[in-house]
Structure formats: C-alpha cells, structure tokens
Design a protein around this ligand. Sequence first.
Ligand code: NDP
Ligand code: 8X3
Length: 246
Amino acid sequence: MSRHVVVTGASSGIGAACARAFARLGDRLSLGARRADRLPSVVAEAHHHELDVTDPVSVAGFLDAAVARHGPIDVLVNNAGLARGTEKIAEGTGEAWREMVETNVLGLLEVTRRVLPQMIERRGGHVVVIGSIAGHKSYAGGGVYCGSKRALQSICEAMRIETLGTGVRVTSVDPGMVETEFSLVRFRGDAARAAKVYQGTRPLTADDVADCVVFAATRPAHVDIETIVVMPTDQASPHHVHRAGS
Ligand code: NDP
Ligand code: 8X3
C-alpha cells in the first residue's frame, strides 16, 4: 500500500534522490525546501511546499498542508542540513555555528516533534535521520558540524527509548562523502574549492544514500535498522581519502 513520505530539504542532493526513490515505489510524497521552485522538477506529482526548518511557523505550515493533501505521515525523512565554513573553534564568530545548529539540530527537532505524536497515536511510523560520518569522527574545522551530527545520534537513541512499544521506528543513515551541493554550500558558492573535495576520488552519489534510506524503510514493521554507516570505498574516515595518484 502506498505510504505518505515527507522529505525535508528535497530541492537538492540526497533529499531529491530520496524523493525520486520513494516515488518509484509508488508512495505519496510531500517535499519541502526553501527553494520550493525546484521541487516540481524533482518529482512532478508530489505535494510541493516551501519549508524553512529553522522557522517554526514555516514548519507548521508545511506539515499542515502535507497532512491535508496526503493524510497522516508514515515516513519522515529528516534530511535538510548543511555545513557552513571550516572555522576552527578559536577562530569562530558564532554566526555559522548558529546556522548549523539551528538547521541540523533544532530544525530537525521542530519537524520531528510535530510528526511523532500522530505516529505514536497511530502506533506506527518511521523517522529517518540523515546523520553523517562527521557524527562519528570529528575533524579540525568541523567541530560544530560534527557536533550537530553527533547530537543526532543521542536524539535518535532517546527517541527509540521514548517510543518503545508504540511500533515507531527510528533510523539514522550516516554517509561519508557524497557529491551534492553540500561543499558548494559549505564554501559559500566557491565552485572551484567545492570541486577539489571530490577530485581524484570516487564519492558516493545521492542515489547510493537514497538506496540505504529505502532499504531501511522497506523492512517489515518488526525490523528497525538503527544505523547505517555508508562510506565510499575510497574513504576510511573524514580525512583518509584515496585519490588517484596519491
Ligand atoms: P545539498 O546541499 O545538496 O542539500 C541540502 C538540502 O537541505 C537542500 O535541499 C536544502 O534546500 C536543504 N536545506 C538546507 N537548509 C534548510 C532549511 N533551513 N530548511 C529547509 N531545507 C533546508 O546537500 P546534501 O544532499 O549532501 O545534504 C543533505 C543532508 O545530508 C544534510 O543533512 C547533510 O548534512 C547530510 N550529509 C551530506 C554528506 C555529503 O558529503 N554531501 C555526507 C553526510 C551527510 P534549500 O536550500 O532549498 O532550502
Ligand atoms: C559530510 C561528510 O566528512 O565532509 O557530512 O563532514 S564530511
């Protein structure tokens, strides 16, 4: 039976790939992002709505419209997120830190807290979180991004305990390097610097990550895939990357 799948940050990268993957399964989709004009080209027949996860009014408007269009939410893919800059802690100004924490942690919580009660009431549903290898291994210049992703592990763990016995599942999909707009955003539009991140190596594609999300979301209801850590074969940690010629 078709499910109602909500994807945050569906205008690009992993979110767009997840949307297309669930659409192929015949699911009903609600897609949100700030650049809502991009959403129709991701999956034309989905419900599209502007969404800024850092704005509680925007989150409420997005979710109300989604439920009005497609009914109760079966699968929530919390994908919206970003890294901004590579400031070391001693050099930080706080602005980029706030943006990352407000988006990756508080934004995700705002969306999730509005969806979970109806899942608990209906005794079923699946919350998927796109974490990162950065949540498992920190690196210089990534302290706050890594911290925001590590926080998601604790949040997922608590949610599993809090929803125990309700049939709700919580899965974290934690990828290594994926070639998307991620680095372009991190480096504030510097395309040459972003391209260097993927030079000489073979990163994951957004579709590789979407495969993992769909795998977790299509297990039988009694099976909860807690965490999937998925890396490019050419990457062993954030800073151990095999590059041609190196
Ligand atoms: P992209 O930059 O390609 O996509 C990020 C998506 O998040 C966009 O659709 C963007 O939409 C959305 N987004 C950002 N801020 C907000 C906001 N305030 N409200 C709503 N949507 C928002 O990068 P990825 O696809 O790579 O990133 C997706 C997730 O995957 C992130 O959580 C990232 O941390 C994680 N990740 C990425 C990895 C990588 O190497 N690429 C590795 C591990 C994890 P818009 O700007 O239109 O609002
Ligand atoms: C993105 C992966 O290693 O660039 O979450 O931080 S990394």
